[in-house]
Design a protein around this ligand. Structure first.
Ligand SMILES: Cc1cc2nc3c(=O)[nH]c(=O)nc-3n(C[C@H](O)[C@H](O)[C@H](O)COP(=O)(O)O)c2cc1C
Length: 301
């Protein structure tokens, strides 16, 4: 976050130097007696203010939007490292599953807003917080986006079904259509048939809300920021009783088609990184996630 200015109340400063030591940008200095602002470039992370035992440091980074949640009565405790139950956290992470079966009940607006609050507690590169959240609050809005995404894939499938077009693209070094034809064409074609027949929703799975996570220009790591925010949202949603599912097909369609972008309500100039389908789950999982052992390397010296 740019244009932040830390301020130090010299009278209140106890001279511990903790704020200068923790500043990631070298904006604060400590002369052995008092801390002071010695350079520009504050990113507004607020670590200095969060550490100061005398509350002598303030950072003018604007409103703290995550100070209070609308539907979650969090006591406001700062959980120190090691203070939260890792067993509970692990069970929460293992219990979150992609939900593909929802009731028709809507998700209340304040809960959707709290999901965004949970999302933005994620870290972001240089604290840029350049993410955006477009909240589709009703089944009708989700269906409208679904209709646009279906239109996009109908056009792609028509192109991909033509071997001359596929070969032509491959010849000019664009094998994407060939790959798409092999990996996605049959399942997309089948899903489109069901959508056209009776609006069976194999895209959003009947979700009654969705959140499109994008970014405005200016972030150093926009994709990483957005995906970290998305994972926070999924975990918070699970804790709040909601089901969720990332919808990669919708992301691709928004990226490539202005009509889909418009249906998602995303202004021109914003990048899209994730679409999260949301709703009340109509399914109860009885077992945890199963994961293969990944490649893990250790270097000991
Ligand atoms: C980037 C990304 C895109 C995804 N896109 C879709 C999608 O379009 N439709 C869908 O049903 N699931 C989608 N998923 C969900 C995955 O299929 C799911 O996470 C995976 O099968 C593991 O299951 P779990 O989330 O229940 O643990 C996506 C997941 C990720 C991470």
């Amino acid at each position: 976050m740019k244009n932040c200015v830390p301020r130090i109340d010299a009278e209140a400063c106890l001279g511990c130097g903790a704020c200068a030591a923790v500043c990631p940008s070298g904006v604060l200095g400590f002369d052995g007696r008092k801390a002071s602002v010695v350079a520009e470039g504050c990113i507004g992370c607020g670590h200095c203010a969060a550490l100061c035992p005398a509350e002598a440091v303030t950072v003018s980074a604007g409103e703290n939007w995550t100070a209070a949640f609308a539907t979650i009565d969090a006591p406001g405790k700062v959980v120190a490292p090691g203070e939260f139950s890792p067993a509970e956290l692990v069970d929460l992470m293992r219990s979150r599953r992609s939900c593909r079966c929802y009731t028709s009940d809507p998700v209340p607006g304040p809960m959707l807003e709290d999901l965004v609050r949970a999302a933005v507690t994620a870290p972001s590169g240089t604290n840029s917080q350049a993410w955006t959240f477009t909240v589709l609050t009703s089944r009708a809005a989700v269906m409208r986006l679904g209709e646009a995404v279906a239109g996009f894939f109908r056009r792609i499938n028509k192109l991909a079904a033509n071997p001359v077009v596929r070969k032509g693209y491959a010849l000019i070094g664009r094998p994407e259509l060939e790959n798409y034809f092999r990996e996605h064409y049959p399942s997309v074609a089948a899903a489109l048939v069901k959508w056209d027949r009776d609006r069976t929703d194999l895209l959003f799975h009947g979700a009654t809300a969705a959140i499109v996570i994008g970014s405005v220009p200016g972030a150093s790591c926009p994709t990483e920021d957005a995906l970290l925010a998305a994972q926070n949202m999924l975990l918070a949603g699970h804790a709040m009783g909601l089901g969720s599912c990332l919808i990669g097909y919708a992301v691709e369609a928004i990226r490539h088609d202005k009509r889909v972008r418009a249906a998602a309500g995303l202004p021109t100039g914003e990048a899209v990184h994730a679409v999260v389908a949301l709703g009340w789950p109509d399914v109860t999982f009885l077992r945890h996630t199963f994961r293969r052992r990944p490649i893990v390397r250790y270097q000991t010296a």
